[in-house]
Design a protein around this ligand. Structure first.
Ligand SMILES: [Zn+2]
Length: 479
């Protein structure tokens, strides 16, 4: 009897040891070495859902197609209001997502009393991680800048750029360093200052390989000839030679992961910046292509995750929704997203096409020439049938803009477009049943998707300020 009890005790002790061994190793596994923080600027649930509806309809289905990241095991929802507004701007939201503190609209990396805040990027750097900050717009634009800049106004691009060298972060990439003030005679170019501080500057992906071998830190930007409006080209407008966000992320992972002696790992922030821009323009087709491009970028991160599943955390969210986008119209219970299939260019490029035609023809543009552009670039009468009323509306706009010369432009945050492009694009979105309520942001909460070590932190409802705190908590490192 005693012998039996003794053996039972041994078995019990063995089970206990096994249990502690397993639970210790699994809690260790839950602390990520590689952290990817992806922010789709303006990417609300509507932008994601419109993309999935479009992809489903292209396959002849009503729903059913999912983007890979929406299949992540952990999903949450985050409120986005700023310290002083129910509807945030990108710099206040970026500050919340980078520092865990809310600030006023237009402020960056500072609390409402202008006290400078330390972002999690600095905290990771201090803890020995390599750090990368990447975007598809300017490197000193609001969202990426919130991870390293401290200014009372987000439009102080030059001053934000001057803060970059002091960060010591390992990898920066985007379309450019925006330097509107830098062109003044008494100010040096930001590129010159950043290069002098020890960063190798690569212009385009082609230069990356040669620069990475001779530089401890890198700034990768688009070649000047492709860098229109301080942003990478919209996915829908690409010709094929431009720098893209998926390529930027490939290079970032290559650079941050190259030092095998760095056993601390890395933190990489990735912003898909132009989902916001096309949503400000209420351009559904371009927005869907931008979400698909962001999803292709996330696929690069998922590839890395698959090779390091126990050591990687991926967190994806948005800073806010843009455009008050909806999958709805006044005409009832149907969606027609597939009618965006014939759209070949963004609203901005369509507007430029009309402008160039007008200049080329000395202001004497024929209706047939406009009709040809609408057929080739938006698919009107070429897959997308129009009613008589719709055709008359287009002709009326042509008469006003091109015959009478009364050009009614529309200015939104990132673009100015002509009446013909505006009327045609609104018509296409109406046909697709993509609704828009504003050219600004909306106050609706945004989705949060997470996968990997520590991802269980991100389930349920949270505020945007909780997200960086949860990332830090997931790493298990005390800063
Ligand atoms: Zn915006």
């Amino acid at each position: 009897m005693l012998r039996c009890n003794k053996s039972l005790w041994f078995v019990f002790a063995f089970v206990l040891i096994c249990f502690f061994a397993v639970s210790c190793s699994s809690s260790k596994d839950k602390q990520p070495k590689y952290v990817f923080y992806l922010i789709g600027d303006g990417m609300g649930l509507a932008q994601v859902s419109a993309t999935e509806a479009y992809l489903s309809e292209l396959e002849g289905k009503v729903g059913g197609i999912s983007l890979p990241f929406t299949q992540f095991p952990v999903i949450g929802v985050a409120t986005t209001f700023s310290a002083n507004r129910g509807i945030t701007c990108s710099s206040a939201a970026g500050t919340a997502l980078a520092t865990g503190i809310k600030t006023k609209n237009n402020m960056l990396g500072m609390d409402p009393d202008t006290l400078a805040l330390k972002s999690i990027a600095y905290k990771f750097k201090e803890a020995g991680y390599k750090v990368g900050i990447t975007t598809s717009v300017g490197v000193n634009h609001a969202t990426p800048a919130a991870f390293y800049g401290h200014q009372d106004n987000r439009s102080k691009y030059y001053e934000i750029g001057l803060e970059l060298p002091g960060t010591g972060f390992d990898f920066f990439a985007g379309a450019s360093m925006m330097e509107p003030n830098g062109k003044m005679k008494d100010q040096k170019s930001l590129y010159e200052i950043i290069a002098k501080s020890g960063y190798g500057i690569a212009y385009g992906a082609g230069q990356y390989d040669s620069v990475k071998n001779v530089s401890e830190r890198i700034l990768l930007v688009e070649k000047p000839e492709y860098n229109a409006y301080d942003a990478l080209a919209y996915a829908i407008d690409r010709k094929g030679n431009e720098l893209t966000l998926p390529v930027i992320v490939e290079k970032a992972i290559d650079f941050l992961g190259k030092d095998t002696k760095n056993d601390k790992g890395f933190f990489l922030m990735i912003e898909g910046g132009k989902i916001d821009w096309s949503s400000h323009s209420n351009d559904g087709g371009t927005t869907i292509q931008e979400v698909m491009d962001f999803s292709a970028t996330i696929d690069k991160v998922i590839e890395f995750y698959d090779a390091h599943p126990n050591e990687t955390l991926i967190v994806i969210t948005a800073d806010h929704e843009t455009g008050g986008m909806s999958l709805a119209s006044k005409s009832g219970y149907i969606l027609n997203a597939k009618s965006l299939k014939g759209q070949k260019i963004s609203k901005e490029l369509l507007s430029a096409r009309f402008h160039d035609l007008s200049v080329e023809k000395g202001g004497k543009v024929q209706w047939d020439e406009i009709r040809t552009i609408l057929a080739n670039e938006l698919g009107f009468w070429n897959g997308v049938e129009l009613t008589e009323d719709q055709e008359n509306e287009l002709k009326k706009c042509y008469n006003e803009a091109f015959v009478k010369g009364y050009e009614k432009e529309q200015k939104t945050l990132y673009s100015t477009t002509g009446a013909m492009a505006n009327v045609a694009m609104k018509m296409l979105n109406d046909i697709a049943k993509i609704g828009w309520t504003t050219n600004s942001h909306s106050g609706i909460p945004v989705p949060v998707y997470a996968k990997g070590a520590g991802s269980s932190e991100f389930a349920g409802k949270m505020d945007n300020t909780d997200i960086p705190k949860k990332i830090i908590k997931a790493t298990g490192i005390s800063f």
